[in-house]
Structure formats: structure tokens, C-alpha cells
Design a binder for this molecule. Sequence first.
Ligand SMILES: [Zn+2]
Length: 87
Amino acid sequence: MRSRAGTSRPGGPGSPGGPPGPPGRSQFEGLAARALHCPRCNAAMPVRERLLLVLPDGELHEYLCARCLTSLGTRTTRDVPDPRVVP
Ligand SMILES: [Zn+2]
């Protein structure tokens, strides 16, 4: 997604909604495949990501252990960058 190349003017007409954030924000998109500790395998295992449900503001994904398919956690991805920091 490099369609925003050249957009260096903060608050310009090409950026509706939301203040322009730092360009390093999108690094989390590349972390789809990672390893999580599985209590069953007792090791850090690669995970499979499964789409659980679609929310109005994003998607809820579930991480499953690639070996025993134990649920290792969930993650919510948002289509729009949210300036709020929700713990
Ligand atoms: Zn496992």
C-alpha cells in the first residue's frame, strides 16, 4: 500500500480524519507469522492465524498453535488507525 507516497503535508486535503502519525506505525502488519509459547507443547511454536469474526471497526483473529491447534490468544486488527491507546 504505497498509494500515499508523496503525502508529506500534515493536515492536507488528502488526509481526511485523524492526525498524521509517524510513518513507523505500520510495522505491526508484518508480524502475522510469529511464534507464541504454547502451554501444551511447552515451547514457542509457530502460530496459525484464523479469522474469528468481523467487527465494525476491524477483524478479530485467533492464534492457534501450528502443532496442536491450542488457542494461544486473539488479536484485533483495525482497518482505520486508532489514535487512542487501549490496553
Ligand atoms: Zn501446541
